[in-house]
Design a protein around this ligand. Structure first.
Ligand code: FES
Ligand SMILES: [Fe+2]
Length: 386
């Protein structure tokens, strides 16, 4: 029956039950290390906005799991990234977390080997190195680095990295937003007592929305139904022509953006399509480290970093057009507060989930139809362990 096939193809929900991950996946230190090695050290990871590193010689040290990465701008202003480790006997190279290099070399604090800002070894400590010692064999260990529309990503295994663009999967690339030009207005950081996968699982379903996000569910009528998209509704075909907002994507009547009252605090971006405007939120995801949301008047990027099996850092950043920030009376803080509240609600739910997982009676959970994206996340995860 073509109609049925069509319906099955277009309905997002899971049609049979699927198990969630075993509880050890969220608690066990050894499995956490495996996540780091297989997932975090082998994917593009969002670090921050390009303008957070201003001008030649500025640097920052970025912690990713047990690894430290030195990110800097060379004398031409190009971004460079290296493992923060000296090629001599492996000392830490840079001890400060950020700043501006004083000279034109990175000098190891142990025996003072010196590297230029492209990572090439220029000076060693011995006056008479052996005849077979070749400086060009001891450049700093490279880390992949890329500026994607003002968002800086690193990759610890650049030789085996897929193109960064592929890490966005099927999500929107927010091509109609002036991403490169945006200005960072606010950064917020919080530490959650949960495994990093719990945060992503919560991100990937809206079953929790009516209960955990009452304000957001008033703003996004579909969320009130526990749906993320129109096709999460098993009766989506029947509801296709409905004028009822509960079955349509987009924001409630009169609202145009994510804020407490649904109103903007800056001019809408000029090149958005009608559909993008009507959606009110457009998601761009890059697992495992970030999602970016394009709203009509601002962009929000949320970065996820694993700190320990039961600790995760969440950083949210709000970006606006430079023109908006210069306008008299520009006040983004009510909008920022709204986003912070949603993230706090998700954080609390994630911590609750983590605590419950400690029960020795719990082996693994089960997924309902609306949790199809959690299942897809689990499959993505498992693909790293094949
Ligand atoms: S370990 Fe860096 S110079 Fe010796
Ligand atoms: Fe949520």
């Amino acid at each position: 029956m073509p109609d049925t096939e069509e319906e099955i193809r277009q309905y997002n929900g899971l049609t049979k039950t699927e198990a969630s991950l075993p509880r050890e996946a969220y608690l066990d230190a050894r499995l956490h290390e495996k996540d780091l090695e297989r997932v975090w050290y082998r994917n593009w990871i969002y670090v921050g906005r390009a303008d957070e590193l201003e001008g030649p010689k500025s640097f920052r040290v970025f912690d990713l799991g047990t690894q430290q990465v030195l990110i800097l701008r060379d004398e031409e202003g190009e971004l460079q990234a290296f493992h923060n480790t000296c090629r001599h006997r492996g000392s830490l190279l840079v001890e400060e977390t950020s700043g501006c290099l004083r000279g034109s070399m990175i000098v190891c604090p142990y025996h003072r080997w010196a590297y230029d800002l492209k990572g090439e070894l220029q000076r060693v400590s011995s006056r008479s190195p052996q005849a077979d010692f070749n400086k060009s064999d001891y450049s700093l260990y490279p880390v992949g680095i890329q500026d994607w529309n003002g968002f800086v990503f690193i990759h610890l295994a650049p030789e085996e990295a897929s193109p960064l663009d592929e890490s966005f999967g099927e999500s929107s690339r927010l091509g109609n937003w002036p991403l490169s030009d945006l200005q960072l207005v606010h950064t917020d950081q919080t530490i959650l007592e949960c495994n990093w996968k719990i945060f992503w699982e919560n991100f990937n379903e809206c079953l929790h929305c009516p209960n955990i996000h009452p304000e957001l569910s008033r703003l996004v009528p579909l969320y009130k139904q526990s749906f993320m998209e129109v096709h999460d509704d098993p009766d989506w075909e029947e509801h296709q022509g409905s004028k009822n907002k509960l079955f349509k994507s987009g924001l409630t009547e009169g609202a145009v953006t994510w804020s407490a009252d649904g109103s903007t605090c800056a001019e809408p971006f000029p090149d958005l399509s009608q559909e993008e405007i009507e959606n009110g939120h457009n998601y761009c995801e890059t697992l495992p480290s970030a999602f970016i949301v394009g709203h009509v008047d601002y962009v929000r990027v949320v970065r996820v970093l694993p700190l320990a099996p039961e600790r995760t850092e969440i950083q949210s950043q709000w970006l606006f057009s430079p023109e908006a920030t210069k306008k008299e009376g520009f006040d983004p803080y009510p909008t920022i507060e709204f986003g912070k509240k949603v993230i706090e609600q998700d954080g609390r739910a994630s911590e609750l989930n983590q605590k419950g997982l400690r029960s020795i009676s719990h082996q693994a959970g089960v997924l309902l139809p609306e949790e199809y994206a959690v299942h897809a996340f689990h499959n993505w995860l498992k693909s790293h362990f094949d």
